[in-house]
Design a protein around this ligand. Structure first.
Ligand SMILES: *[C@@H]1O[C@H](CO)[C@@H](O)[C@H](O)[C@H]1NC(C)=O
Ligand SMILES: *[C@@H]1O[C@H](CO)[C@@H](O)[C@H](O)[C@H]1NC(C)=O
Ligand SMILES: *[C@@H]1O[C@H](CO)[C@@H](O)[C@H](O)[C@H]1NC(C)=O
Ligand SMILES: [Zn+2]
Length: 416
C-alpha cells in the first residue's frame, strides 16, 4: 500500500514536473500575466518573470483529480518528504545555491540544540528561537497595528475560526502545515475563499535546524506546492519556522523559494491549553495586558488554530482588540505587501508563473540574508517551547516589495 502510493506519487510527480506540455497545465487557468505585460509592464506586486521561483512550481493536478480524493492525496508526500524524490528543479536550485556559497554551513541541531561549541546567538548561526534577528525577518507590526496569524492548521477546529473571521470581515495569515493541508484540503479552500492568505509552516512541523539542506528544501517545497495547487498557482510569500527554530542556513534555503520569515513579538502559549498546561483564563489575562499596553511597536501575537480551545481564546480576545483601537490585519496588509509572490491577493490574477517559457532561471540573490545584519536581541519576558520574543527594533518594511516596484517601474519606462 505504502509502496504503491509512493510509486504513484513518483509517477505523478515526475509527469507533472518533468516537461510541462502545452495544454496540460493551462486547462483551468489563464496566463493573466501575459496580458498585463502586454498592456503596460507589470504591476508593483508582480513577481519578475525571470525570478527563480517561477521555475520551481509546475502546476500539478493536470488530470483534474477530485480534491481530497486518494489519487489527489497521492500527489503529495505522506509523512516526512523523501528529499531524494523531490522535483529535480528544487534539487537543482539547492545545488546551485550551495555551489554559489549562498547556504551558510551551520551545524545541524538535535531538536533545536546545537552541538557543543555552537552558540545559537552567534551572528553566524543566528537562531530566531534565541531571539536573533536578521534584516528582512518580520517580528512586529507597524505602530497601532495587530497582525493576526494562526499556526498549525488546517485542523478540525479551523472551520469555526474561518467562520468567525468571515463574520467579522477579518482576514488572518494562516501558517499551514503541508501535511495537514493534504489531510484537510477543504478547510484550506474555505480559508482561501474567505480571503485569508495561506503561508508555510513546513510540511511535517519538525525542527527546521535539525534537517539537512535537502530535507528542509523538501519540507518547504511540498508545502508551497500544495498551496499553489489549491490556489490556482499562488506561491506563498511568508513562512514561519515551527518552534521559532530557524538559523542562517534555514533562512537561506527559504530564500531559494523567495520566502520571508515571520516571527512574533508576543506569545499566547495557547497551544498549551489543549495539553492542560495552560488555561484560557491565563491566555485572556495576557491578551488583556498586551491589548491595553503600548501601541508601539505593533503586535504580532503567536496564536494557533490547533484546537477548539485555542480558537476560543482568540474569539474571546477579538472584541478587546477592537475596543482598544487596534488595527487588525493579516500579515501582508500590515505592510501593503502582496499576499503571494505572484499574486496581489486571493482574487487578483496570478502573474508570471507556471510559464514554461520563463523556466530555468535559478540565479538567487541572498544578499538580504547576509550574516552581518544579524543581531541578538535582549532577553524577554516569557518562555515556552515555542520560544518568544520582544521586538526591540520595530517592524522592518519589506524591502522586496520596493525592489519589485523599482523593477516594475523600470519595465514601464522601457515599455514607454
Ligand atoms: C480564460 O480567458 C478566456 C478569454 O478571456 C475566457 O473566455 C475563459 O473563460 C478564461 N478561462 C478561465 C478558466 O478563466
Ligand atoms: C481538466 O478540466 C478542464 C476544464 O474542465 C478540461 O478542459 C481539461 O480537458 C481537463 N483535463 C483533463 C486531463 O482531463
Ligand atoms: C457566524 O455568523 C452566523 C450567522 O449569524 C452564525 O450562525 C455563526 O454562529 C457565526 N459563527 C461564529 C463562529 O461566530
Ligand atoms: Zn507550529
Amino acid at each position: 500500500m505504502a509502496f504503491k502510493s509512493v510509486l504513484s506519487l513518483l509517477l505523478i510527480a515526475s509527469a507533472a514536473f518533468a516537461r510541462p506540455t502545452p495544454g496540460d497545465n493551462h486547462a483551468d487557468h489563464n496566463h493573466s500575466g501575459r496580458s498585463l505585460f502586454e498592456a503596460f509592464g507589470i504591476k508593483e506586486w508582480a513577481h519578475p518573470v525571470d525570478h527563480p521561483v517561477t521555475a520551481l512550481f509546475r502546476r500539478q493536478n493536470a488530470n483534474n483529480l477530485t480534491i481530497g480524493s486518494a489519487e489527489w492525496k497521492a500527489q503529495y508526500p505522506q509523512g516526512n518528504p523523501d528529499p531524494t524524490k523531490m522535483p529535480q528543479a528544487w534539487k537543482d536550485a539547492l545545488a546551485k545555491a550551495v555551489a554559489a556559497g549562498q547556504i551558510p554551513q551551520v551545524p545541524l541541531t538535535n531538536a533545536g540544540n546545537y552541538p557543543k561549541g555552537t552558540d545559537a546567538s552567534d551572528p553566524k548561526v543566528c537562531n530566531s528561537a534565541a531571539e536573533c534577528k536578521v534584516d528582512g525577518d518580520i517580528w512586529a507590526a507597524p505602530d497601532g497595528m495587530l497582525g493576526l496569524n494562526f499556526d498549525d492548521g488546517p485542523t478540525d477546529a479551523s472551520p469555526r475560526l474561518y467562520d468567525f473571521l468571515k463574520n467579522n470581515t477579518q482576514k488572518a495569515t494562516l501558517f499551514y502545515i503541508g501535511g495537514n493541508i493534504r489531510d484537510l484540503p477543504q478547510h484550506a479552500l474555505t480559508a482561501f475563499q474567505g480571503g485569508n492568505d495561506l503561508a508555510v509552516h513546513t510540511y511535517t512541523h519538525r525542527w527546521s535546524t535539525s534537517l539537512s539542506n535537502e530535507e528542509f528544501m523538501a519540507e518547504l517545497g511540498w508545502t508551497c506546492q500544495i498551496i499553489s495547487d489549491l490556489t490556482d498557482g499562488r506561491v506563498p510569500r511568508y513562512w514561519r519556522p515551527p518552534y521559532g527554530d530557524s538559523d542562517l542556513r534555514t533562512r537561506a534555503i527559504a530564500k531559494i523559494f523567495g520566502m520571508t520569515q515571520v516571527d512574533w513579538n508576543q506569545d499566547t502559549d495557547d497551544w498549551e491549553i489543549p495539553e492542560g498546561k495552560n488555561t484560557e483564563g491565563a491566555v485572556a489575562k495576557n491578551f488583556q495586558k498586551w491589548l491595553t499596553g503600548p501601541k508601539s511597536p505593533g503586535l504580532i501575537i503567536l496564536e494557533h488554530e490547533l484546537a477548539a480551545s485555542t480558537v476560543d481564546a482568540f474569539i474571546a480576545a477579538y472584541p478587546l482588540m477592537k475596543s482598544n483601537g487596534w488595527d487588525t490585519r493579516n500579515i501582508p496588509d500590515l505592510f501593503g505587501a502582496s499576499y503571494y509572490l505572484n499574486a496581489k491577493d486571493n482574487t487578483s490574477p496570478v502573474v508570471a508563473t507556471l510559464d514554461p517559457a520563463s523556466g530555468g532561471a535559478t540565479t538567487i540573490d541572498l544578499s538580504a540574508n547576509a550574516a552581518t545584519s544579524a543581531s541578538a536581541a535582549a532577553a524577554t519576558s516569557s518562555t515556552g517551547a515555542q520560544g518568544s520574543s520582544d521586538n526591540k527594533n520595530g517592524a522592518r518594511s519589506l524591502s522586496a516589495s520596493g525592489a519589485l516596484l523599482a523593477f516594475a517601474m523600470g519595465l514601464a519606462v522601457l515599455a514607454l
